[in-house]
Design a protein around this ligand. Structure first.
Ligand code: FES
Length: 159
């Protein structure tokens, strides 16, 4: 068994032990695992199902219902594009289309080089400077397609 897999299994077991007896334990468990690993690995689904006496399909249903949960390892940087009203009114749709084409991915996907994962988000509290995006906790406002490319290049170069 690889060291990485052992670490993952240890995280899953620890979170299950801490949270499985809480009322409505499923969501806290999924959050706990994703907070540490960055995603909910496939093997976690089977283990959670067993621990909570639920079917794998039920766990899958919850994981896919909440877009927040990821089932694959995220990229080194996560790009969040705001999809909420104010940003929509200021050209977020065009920005989203540009970002997808520029990175070559759809939402919830990671670029081939593992650098960026693209995610939607619903309001970054930066509505006065719409359209907004966030990369690695840093919020950017009035993001044009050109500015998007520039920021992505800077983040990549700084890594
Ligand atoms: S609507 Fe996009 S930051 Fe508020």
């Amino acid at each position: 068994m690889s060291e990485q897999k052992q670490d993952r299994d240890a995280v899953i077991e620890r979170v299950l032990e801490e949270r499985k007896d809480q009322p409505g334990a499923l969501l806290p468990i999924l959050h706990g695992i994703q907070d540490v690993l960055g995603y909910v690995p496939r093997e976690a689904i089977a283990r959670i199902a067993q621990a909570l006496n639920l079917s794998r399909a039920e766990i899958h249903g919850v994981v896919s219902f909440y877009h927040y949960f990821r089932t694959s390892s995220p990229g080194r940087h996560t790009v969040y594009l705001c999809r909420a009203e104010s940003c929509q009114a200021m050209g977020a749709n065009q920005l989203v289309a540009h970002a997808k084409a520029n990175l070559g991915v759809d939402f919830h996907e990671t670029t081939r080089d593992g650098a960026f994962t693209l995610e939607p988000i619903y309001c970054l509290g930066n509505c006065a400077c719409s359209p907004a995006m966030m990369i690695d906790e840093q919020v950017y406002g009035r993001v044009t397609p050109e500015r998007f490319e520039e920021v992505v290049r800077q983040v990549k170069e700084a890594a």
